[in-house]
Design a binder for this molecule. Structure first.
Ligand code: 6PG
Length: 243
């Protein structure tokens, strides 16, 4: 099975189109489900999407029926400029009508192992469990220039063979501690959307899409193909044929 992808001229257009795609999927799934559970990644790319969602879908989606979680979190206070939760709260949640109880940040209390247990309990409380794994309705992912996704970095592929839902990891480049969903949880979700832009992602996308041996070292390559769509801009698609 080949990887599904769409190429967009630039990051802004990608964000605009993903806001539409996300809203359409939410509308469709809410026809048969009372609530949806969504897990957001951090990084720079989703921020454009947050702004587009506020601009065009702030009053068009029933956010009362959406529960937002995080794929991963940098281990910094929620008011820190690097906090994935803090960024999403500022750019998205402060600008839409959503109950605070529908927002489930990864706790950062100072004891990562305790926070892992607390976040796991929160997931179990809200996210349907099937075959011993939580099933998120939508997961958004990015990919770092080292091939990491979520906060699973090269050398941490054991997190794709882990019975736990959540784990402590570390960014090997900065030694920054992270908390992350594990690979099996991401791969159990209903739909995964990879948002990847920029020329620095192009070689990795080439390796992953061409199934090159080196791609085996990239955690992003270990996200299942089924029900996963890559949204990439022209620069990131430099080495793959455009549809
Ligand atoms: C994080 C993210 C991480 C991100 C990639 C891509 O907390 O940093 O979860 O996995 O998705 O680093 O980030 P960009 O979107 O900024 O390229």
């Amino acid at each position: 099975m080949s990887r599904q992808y769409r190429v967009f001229p630039d990051p802004q257009t990608l964000a605009q189109q993903f806001a539409v795609l996300f809203a359409e999927r939410v509308f469709r799934q809410l026809q048969t489900k009372q609530n949806l559970c969504i897990a957001l990644s951090g990084g720079g790319t989703p921020q454009l999407w947050f702004a587009e969602t506020v601009k065009n879908f702030a009053d068009k989606i029933d956010y009362q029926r959406l529960h937002f979680f995080w794929v991963d979190e940098r281990y910094v206070p929620h008011d820190h400029s690097e906090s994935n939760y803090g960024i999403a709260q500022k750019l998205l949640f402060d600008n839409i009508d959503i109950p605070s109880g529908n927002i489930h940040p990864i706790p950062v209390t100072g004891v990562p192992e305790t926070d892992v247990r607390s976040y796991t309990a929160e997931i179990k409380k809200y996210v349907p469990i099937e075959n011993d794994r939580p099933v998120f309705d939508i997961v958004t992912l990015g990919m770092g220039t080292d091939g990491h996704t979520a906060s699973i970095f090269p050398g941490q592929l054991n997190l794709f063979d882990c019975p736990d839902f959540v784990a402590v990891s570390e960014n090997p480049h900065t030694r920054q501690r992270r908390i992350t969903l594990t690979g099996p949880v991401i791969n159990a979700s209903e739909a995964v959307y990879f948002l990847a832009t920029g020329a620095d992602k192009a070689p990795l996308i080439r390796d992953i899409f061409a199934e090159r041996a080196i791609a085996e070292t990239y955690p992003a390559a270990h996200i299942r193909k089924r029900n996963t769509e890559w949204l990439i801009d022209r620069k990131a698609a430099t080495f793959i044929d455009n549809k």
